[in-house]
Design a protein around this ligand. Structure first.
Ligand code: ADP
Length: 724
C-alpha cells in the first residue's frame, strides 16, 4: 500500500439538502471548485457541483465520485454568492444552487453541427452526383450535409461518401451562434451638460474598479439610460474580461430597449426573461457561463445566471416592486444584485425617478454616490399635476370619469393629442353581487371577490387563476337578471370612454389582452404612431414607455392602494403615480396629469401635486423610523400554512412559543394575513422586526433549528418582505 495523499471534494447538490457532502476523488481524476460531477447519493448517482477540494487523511471511508461532467465549471464568485445568499435568505444552499442551475438542462454539452467544405483535392472516384455536390460546395462555401444535398439534388449519403473519398472535409462547430461582441465606441447621443457630468462620475467609479454603488436619481425622461450606457461603455473598455448585468423590471424588457442597446453598442445583448424558450435559455446560460456574453439584460432571475466575473451591475427602476420574488425562493433582486456585485468587486448603479426609501437612506448615509438629474431632456418639461376632488365633483352614478376629467379629455382629443387613463384594475368590475339576495361571487380558494371579465364573459380569481363563466341567474337565490357589477376595471372605463367619444380610437392595455406579448408590442407601436386616441391601461402601461403625442394622463382612482395596513402603501402609491404622470409630455409638448381622489390631502398625493418629493420622503421616513421599520430596522415575515384551520393555529402558536429571546427583536402576531386561505391552505403570519444591528438571518436560522412542526405544515421565512 502506498501512502499517497488522498484528495476529497465537498459536493453541493441542487436539492433541498442541509449541506455539502464529502467524497473521495479517485486517482487520476482532477477536480476544481465549480466543476460539475456525478456522485453517489443514496441509491443513485446525482449531479452536483464541487464546492471545495482538500487533502484527506483517509480516516473516513468516503465514497468516490462517479465522474466528472464536462463544461466550464461555475466561477467561484457564484459559489460564494450561493453560500452568502443561502445564509441571508435562510434557505438551504441546494435550493439556491438549483435556482442557478435551472434543472439538469443547462449543462447539456453545447450542441455542435457538422459543416462541409471542399478539400481542394480530387476525390478518389468522381461520379456525376459527386460532381454536383462539389459544385454546390464551391457555391455555398461551408454548409450542412442537408443543405449541400438539397442544393445538389442528391441524397445526403453522397455527401458523406465524398468525405471518405477525399473531396470534402467535415468540421464540427458550435451550433449556437455566439453573442456578437459589443463595441464601446458605438456612437451615442450628444449628452446634455447634466448627463455628461453624471456620466463622468460613473465612468470614474467604473474605471477605478472595486465594489462601489451609485444611485442615479433622475426625473422621468431625464436620460438616465443614456447615462448608464456610458458606464457600460467604460466597463467594456477597462475590464476586458468583465461581464455587465442590467436588470430591468420584466415589463420594461421591450423591443424598444433592446433596440437602444443595439444602436449604441452595435450588438444585441444577451436577453433573459420569462418569454424565452428552453433552447434560448440554454444558449444564454452557456454563453454567460463560458464568459462569452459580455452584456446581459434581464429580469430579476437573471441575478442567478452563472457570471464568470461581473464588472458592472445596473438595476434600472430600482424601486420597482416586481424585483421582489415573493414565492418559492423569496428574494429582493435589487439587494441581492448589490451583494453579487460586491463579491466580484463590481460597480453598481441603481437608477430610478422615484428611488426606494432604502436606497435614499443609503445615499444620505454616504454609502451610495448620489447622482441627480433634475431636468428632462431638451424642451420637454415635467407635466403639471393636479387633482379632482371626487367629493366635490363626483362622476355621474354608474360612471367613473368626473366632468372636469371628461372636459380635459375632450380638449386633448380636439388638439389631436393622446390620453392615457390609468386604473390598476384588470377586467370589467372588481366585484359581482346579486341585488336580490346579496350573494357575492368569491374565489373558492381565497374568499376574495371574483373579478368580472366582459370580453371573455368569465369571473376570475386573479390570485389563483380560478375562473368560471358568468351565470345568468344567482346561484344562491335563483333570481334572474339580478347580478350587478360593482366598481370599475379598465374594460368598464374603456366602455365609458367609447360612449363619451364615439369618434375616438379607444384601446385597453392590460396583461389580459388576447394575443399576449405580440399584441402588447403592437399596441405600443400604434400608440407611438399616435393611431390610438385614448388608451386605458393598468400598471403595465405606466412604466418605461415613451409616447411623444401623449399629453394627458388621467388617474381614475389615485386612492387605490393607499388603504389597508401596509406601511409601504404610501411609498408605492407615490412611486406609481410619478411613473404614470411621467408618461405625459415626453417630447416638446407640455403634458398634464390629473388625479381623481377622495383624499387630496393625503401626504403622497399632496406631495405629488406640489412636486415636493423630499417633503414626502421626510414624512415617510419619520413614520418608518418611529416604528423601526426598514430602512431603519430589519423585517422578516414567517407564513405558516396547513390543510386545516386548527392545524395552522396550533402550528403558529408553537412557532410563537419557541421564538428565541433576543435584544432588539420583536415578534408581531400570529395574525391572519391578507389571504387567510390560499390554494386550499389555511395561513397565519408572524412578523419579526429587529433593530438594524441584529443579524435577522442568523436569528431566523436559530429559530428554525429549535421549532418542531408536523411535516404537513409549511413554514416560509421571507427576509425583507415587500408588503406586509
Ligand atoms: P429616463 O430613463 O431617464 O426616463 P431615457 O434615457 O429613456 O430617460 O431618455 C428619455 C428620452 O430622451 C429618450 O427618447 C432618449 O432617446 C432621449 N434622450 C436622452 N438623452 C438624450 C440626449 N442627450 N439628446 C437627445 N435625446 C436624448
Amino acid at each position: 500500500m502506498t501512502d499517497a495523499l488522498k484528495i476529497r471534494a465537498a459536493v453541493q447538490f441542487p436539492m433541498p439538502l442541509p449541506e455539502a457532502f464529502d467524497y473521495a476523488v479517485p486517482d487520476g481524476m482532477e477536480v476544481r471548485p465549480g466543476d460539475h460531477v456525478h456522485a453517489p447519493l443514496g441509491p443513485r448517482s446525482a449531479r452536483g457541483v464541487v464546492w471545495s477540494v482538500a487533502h484527506d487523511d483517509g480516516s473516513r471511508n468516503l465514497k468516490p465520485l462517479d465522474g466528472l461532467i464536462g463544461g466550464a465549471p461555475l466561477a467561484e464568485g457564484n459559489l460564494a454568492f450561493i453560500d452568502w445568499a443561502s445564509k441571508y435568505l435562510v434557505q438551504l444552499p441546494g435550493n439556491v444552487l438549483r435556482a442557478m442551475l435551472r434543472g439538469e438542462d443547462a449543462l447539456r454539452p453545447s450542441p455542435v453541427e457538422t459543416v462541409y467544405r471542399p478539400s481542394g483535392e480530387e476525390p478518389t472516384r468522381l461520379t456525376e452526383a459527386r460532381q454536383r455536390v462539389l459544385d454546390a460546395a464551391d457555391l455555398l462555401g461551408e454548409a450542412s450535409a442537408a443543405d449541400l444535398a438539397r442544393e445538389a439534388g442528391v441524397s445526403s449519403g453522397v455527401v458523406s461518401g465524398l468525405v471518405k473519398a477525399g473531396g470534402l472535409v467535415a468540421e464540427e462547430r458550435p451550433a449556437d451562434p455566439p453573442f456578437a461582441d459589443p463595441d464601446p465606441e458605438g456612437e451615442g447621443l450628444a449628452l446634455t451638460e447634466l448627463q455628461a457630468d453624471a456620466a463622468a462620475t460613473l465612468r470614474r467609479l467604473v474605471r477605478a474598479g472595486g465594489f462601489q454603488s451609485a444611485l442615479l436619481d433622475g426625473v422621468t425622461g431625464s436620460g438616465k439610460t443614456e447615462v448608464y450606457f456610458e458606464a457600460i461603455a467604460e466597463a467594456l473598455r477597462t475590464h476586458s474580461d468583465g461581464q455587465i448585468l442590467v436588470l430591468l423590471p420584466e415589463i420594461a424588457l421591450t423591443q424598444a430597449i433592446m433596440a437602444r442597446f443595439k444602436e449604441r453598442f452595435g450588438a444585441e445583448p444577451a436577453e433573459w426573461h420569462s418569454g424565452l424558450n428552453p433552447k434560448q435559455r440554454r444558449r444564454v446560460w452557456r454563453e454567460i457561463n463560458e464568459g462569452r456574453a459580455r452584456i446581459v439584460v434581464g429580469a430579476r432571475s437573471a441575478l442567478f445566471l452563472p457570471f464568470r466575473k461581473l464588472s458592472l451591475v445596473v438595476v434600472d427602476e430600482e424601486h420597482d416592486p416586481t424585483y421582489k420574488q415573493g414565492e418559492g425562493l423569496t428574494y429582493q433582486a435589487r439587494d441581492l444584485a448589490v451583494a453579487r456585485a460586491k463579491i466580484d468587486g463590481a460597480t453598481v448603479i441603481l437608477a430610478s425617478a422615484t428611488p426606494s426609501l432604502e436606497s435614499l437612506a443609503n445615499a444620505r448615509a454616504g454609502r451610495y454616490v448620489h447622482i441627480r438629474l433634475p431636468a428632462r431632456i431638451g424642451a420637454a418639461v415635467l407635466p403639471d399635476i393636479s387633482t379632482i376632488d371626487l367629493r366635490e365633483t363626483p362622476a355621474e352614478a354608474g360612471r367613473w370619469l368626473s366632468p372636469p376629467m371628461v372636459e380635459a379629455m375632450a380638449e386633448t382629443f380636439e388638439r389631436g393629442e393622446q390620453t392615457l387613463l390609468y386604473l390598476n384594475r384588470r377586467g370589467y368590475a372588481p366585484l359581482v353581487l346579486c341585488r336580490a339576495c346579496g350573494h357575492r361571487f368569491q374565489s373558492p380558494d381565497t374568499d376574495t371577490p371574483l373579478v368580472e371579465h366582459r370580453y371573455t364573459g368569465r369571473l376570475v380569481c386573479h390570485l389563483t387563476g380560478f375562473s368560471m363563466p358568468k351565470p345568468d341567474t344567482c346561484p344562491d337565490c335563483g333570481a334572474k337578471d339580478s347580478l350587478t357589477s360593482v366598481g370599475p376595471g379598465v374594460e368598464r372605463v374603456a366602455e365609458e370612454a367609447k360612449a363619451l367619444f364615439p369618434q375616438a380610437v379607444v384601446e385597453i392595455f392590460s396583461s389580459d389582452i388576447s394575443g399576449g406579448g405580440e399584441a402588447l408590442r403592437d399596441l405600443i407601436a400604434r400608440m407611438e404612431r399616435s393611431e390610438i386616441d385614448i388608451l386605458v391601461g393598468t400598471q403595465i402601461a405606466a412604466k418605461g414607455h415613451n409616447f411623444p403625442n401623449l399629453t394627458l394622463v388621467g388617474v381614475v382612482d389615485a386612492d387605490l392602494g393607499l388603504a389597508g395596513g401596509d406601511p409601504r402603501a404610501g411609498e408605492r402609491t407615490y412611486q406609481t403615480l410619478v411613473q404614470v404622470a411621467g408618461r405625459a409630455g415626453r417630447a416638446d409638448r407640455k403634458g398634464r396629469a390629473i388625479l381623481q381622489t377622495h383624499d387630496p390631502d393625503h401626504d403622497a398625493i399632496a406631495a405629488l401635486v406640489a412636486g415636493d418629493r423630499d417633503r414626502f420622503l421626510d414624512v415617510e421616513s419619520q413614520a418608518r423610523e418611529m416604528l423601526g421599520l426598514p430602512p431603519y430596522g430589519r423585517l422578516a415575515s414567517i407564513v405558516v400554512s396547513a390543510e386545516s384551520e386548527d392545524k395552522v393555529i396550533a402550528a403558529a402558536a408553537e412557532l410563537a412559543r419557541t421564538a428565541p429571546r433576543a435584544d432588539g427583536v420583536e415578534i408581531w402576531g400570529p395574525a391572519e394575513p391578507r389571504y387567510g386561505v390560499l390554494r386550499g391552505r389555511w395561513r397565519r403570519r408572524l412578523l419579526v422586526r429587529a433593530d438594524k444591528s441584529v443579524d435577522i438571518s442568523a436569528y431566523l436560522a436559530s429559530w428554525k433549528a429549535r421549532v418542531k412542526i408536523p411535516a404537513s405544515v409549511r413554514v416560509v421565512m421571507d427576509v425583507d418582505p415587500y408588503s406586509f
